[in-house]
Design a protein around this ligand. Structure first.
Ligand code: NDP
Ligand code: 8X3
Length: 254
């Protein structure tokens, strides 16, 4: 296994859920993290918890390409020696049928899950290659593989992530940069509160009466994939809660 004390991990969306859990998991193993996200109060609390020597924070909206460029260019040593990119920031908004959905919500998901993710990866890749290698971890979803009612642009954005990650592998042959797409199913984080725009009851119902995965479960799978010996590339990890399964095709009948 690789020595995690040599990991310097750039994380988008470290203010909550998988990103925050991954920051804690990596620092617990001796790594350094660059924690980013829009909510600065959360970043400050995370840095207090993890320590200034282990956690560098950058308030950042991944949709803002110029801000992503400026933030990466300004990372101080020793945090600039990034060798793992965790492109995790993302969101679902709404669960309405396509014809009733809010077009602004679609645009926000495309701007965040697709455009923000490709800005992050594209801007960090040359450094990874120049420093001799590293690992890009993207956050896809089971939604990128299976269709469900109301999934529409969210699910399609995750299909984009999945295929972007696979194609990155083709371009990175010989560069010693690994790529893994993590594709979780039902996991209780702030994901559903965001999807239902702050409606805690609706969000709670998603996980009520069942046992969902936790952010720590996903962080562990991310940590595992990046800790394997450098000659091993895990292309993807698809995880579901044991309580979750794939439904049948829906057939409309008169
Ligand atoms: P959370 O809502 O708990 O966390 C999402 C994170 O993304 C937050 O830190 C948030 O930070 C950040 N984020 C959102 N928009 C932006 C933005 N414009 N700029 C920067 N950061 C942003 O959800 P999860 O941890 O569950 O989700 C993480 C990823 O995993 C997402 O890509 C999601 O689609 C994916 N996923 C989630 C699953 C689940 O069931 N929970 C299953 C499969 C995939 P802030 O608001 O502070 O900017
Ligand atoms: C998050 C899981 O099933 O809500 O990507 O799309 S799901």
């Amino acid at each position: 296994l690789l020595d995690p004390s040599r990991f310097v991990v750039f994380i988008t969306g470290a203010t909550s859920g998988f990103g925050a859990a991954a920051a804690r998991r990596y620092v617990a193993a001796g790594a350094k993290v660059i924690a980013t996200g829009r909510r600065e109060d959360r970043l400050l609390a995370l840095r207090d918890e993890l320590g200034h020597d282990k956690c560098h924070i950058i308030p950042l909206d991944v949709r803002d390409r110029a801000a992503v460029e400026a933030a990466i260019a300004a990372i101080p040593a020793p945090f600039d020696a990034i060798n793992i990119v965790l492109a995790n920031a993302g969101l679902a908004l709404g669960l309405q049928p396509a014809a009733e959905t809010d077009l602004d919500d679609w645009e926000t998901m495309i701007d965040t899950n697709i455009k923000g993710l490709v800005y992050t990866v594209r801007l960090l890749l040359p450094g990874l290659i120049a420093r001799g290698g590293g690992h890009v971890v993207t956050l896809g979803s089971v939604a990128g593989e299976f269709a469900y009612p109301g999934g529409s642009v969210y699910a399609a954005s995750k299909a984009f992530v999945k295929h972007f990650a696979l194609n990155l592998r083709s371009d990175l042959q010989g560069k010693n940069v690994r790529v893994t797409d993590i594709e979780p199913g039902l996991t209780e984080t702030e994901f559903s509160v965001v999807r239902f725009k702050g409606d805690e009851d609706k969000a709670g119902n998603v996980y009520a009466g069942t046992k969902a995965m936790t952010a720590e479960d996903i962080a562990e799978s991310i940590f595992w994939a990046t800790s394997l010996p450098s000659h091993v590339n895990v292309n993807k990890i698809q995880l579901m809660a044991t309580t979750q399964a794939i439904g049948p095709f829906a057939i409309h009948r008169e």
